[in-house]
Design a protein around this ligand. Structure first.
Ligand code: BTN
Length: 265
């Protein structure tokens, strides 16, 4: 697999978007690109500070899970973004970002089969291709962490899929990395102004759980119901067994198909 290269990544970022990239670092090894940018945020790093790592020794996923991060195999990316005070909450940002990742895959040549699973998983054939971790340690600033599976063959995890398997060809890592940064730099300013609305139709097109019978897991309870899509704030809308529509925010919540077969995170 090709190693990450600054110039090659920047070659696929449009000039207008490149001007919003405050800094791009490529680490050979780091504990977690998200942890690094959370520290940088505290030190006053500007919006648009970004990094990749070839390997993470303590890559983190949602819900306190570890994120499989071997050397040179996948993309581990984080970007710090600072929003104006009025920007919307984290549920809607996660949804918008999942749609952005789907658009990146489309631009890379994957024309069909991409599925989105609330709050922000990207799947193909019901298996996880990419995950997003949003973290914040300051008001109006968020660290966006994206893990994109390019070759997870060494993991032996049947619930994951990678681009090598999807395309059947060696992955153009730098090109894909550039597309990803380009998409975020193009869309995030607009998101701050217009919120989730421009993303809702595309989310609905790819929403793998829509109208499915699911179980929502929160730290205190498990609630059965039917997935009825998402709200304009990016909340999951569950129709519970009493017919009431209950919204759930991004956070300590996960959702699984009921019975627990097929799509899970
Ligand atoms: C998930 O659980 O689905 C979210 C996974 C997010 C993984 C990425 S890899 C780059 C960034 N750094 C981390 O430690 N985690 C995120």
């Amino acid at each position: 697999m090709e190693l990450l290269n600054y110039d090659e990544i920047c070659a696929s970022i449009e000039p207008e978007n490149l001007s919003r990239l405050a800094e791009l670092k490529i680490f050979t090894e780091i504990d977690s690109t998200n942890s690094y940018l959370l520290e940088q945020a505290k030190l006053g790093a500007p919006s648009g500070t970004a990094c990749f790592a070839e390997q993470q020794t303590r890559g983190r996923g949602r819900l306190g899970r570890a994120w499989f991060s071997p050397f040179g195999a996948n993309l581990y990316f984080s970007m710090l973004w600072r929003f104006p005070e009025t920007a919307l909450g984290v549920s809607s940002l996660g949804v918008a970002l999942a749609v952005m990742v789907a658009q990146v895959l489309h631009k890379y040549g994957i024309q069909s089969g991409v599925q989105l699973k609330w709050p922000n998983d990207v799947l193909i054939a019901g298996r996880k291709l990419a995950g997003i971790l949003l973290e914040s340690n300051e008001p109006n600033s968020v660290v966006i962490g994206i893990g994109l599976n390019l070759d997870v063959s060494t993991a032996n995890e049947k619930n994951w899929i990678d681009l090598l398997e999807v395309t059947g060809r060696p992955v153009q890592r730098n090109f894909l990395a550039g597309l990803l940064i380009n998409e975020l730099l193009a869309k995030l300013p607009n998101y701050a102004e217009r919120g989730l609305r421009p993303y809702l139709a595309e989310w609905q097109m790819h929403d793998v759980l829509f109208n499915q019978e699911v179980v929502v897991h929160t730290p205190v309870q498990q609630i059965k119901g039917w997935m009825r899509g998402i709200s304009e704030r990016g909340e999951l809308l569950l129709e519970n067994e009493n017919g009431l529509l209950q919204p759930f925010c991004y956070g300590e919540v996960s959702v699984r198909l009921d019975p627990v077969l097929g799509v899970r995170d």
